[in-house]
Design a protein around this ligand. Structure first.
Ligand SMILES: [Zn+2]
Ligand SMILES: [Zn+2]
Length: 133
């Protein structure tokens, strides 16, 4: 039941408050955004890939239209309700996808009572399809 609920509600990455995005970016850039539109360069928290973006700050000093090209803001603890800057990561699409995949692998290992060291080296394997495995 819970899983269906999660699936129907979960379309794309959860929304992150613009002010939280701004706080995150300011914290990582060690500078603050003035009013109007500012272009910036940010970096993926995992692979350091360069990610261009832009932010707009209103006259009453509120952030809106915060965009990062090729990146997603991610809730580190997996709880989208925990919208605080300490819980935010900025990941490029690949890292974001893989961080969530890693969660699947970790839960699978826990369930099987195995550790990551017990996994075979699978670097040469191609993605599994129903035609060839
Ligand atoms: Zn990355
Ligand atoms: Zn995420």
């Amino acid at each position: 039941m819970k899983q269906t609920e999660f699936k129907t509600k979960n379309r794309g990455p959860p929304k992150v408050d613009n002010e939280i995005k701004r706080q995150y970016l300011e914290k990582n850039m060690l500078s603050s955004f003035g009013k109007g539109k500012t272009e910036f360069v940010a970096f993926c928290d995992f692979c350091n890939k360069k990610l261009g973006g832009s932010i707009r700050v209103s006259k009453n000093n509120l952030a809106y239209n915060v965009k990062v090209k090729g990146g997603h803001f991610h809730h580190a603890d997996g709880n989208p309700e925990n919208d605080v800057v300490e819980n935010m990561k900025l990941y490029c699409y690949t890292c974001h996808k893989n961080v969530h995949r890693w969660g699947i692998i970790q839960r699978w290992l826990d369930k099987a009572g195995k550790t990551v060291n017990e996994l075979p080296d699978s670097r040469n394997l191609k993605p599994m399809t129903f035609k060839s495995y």
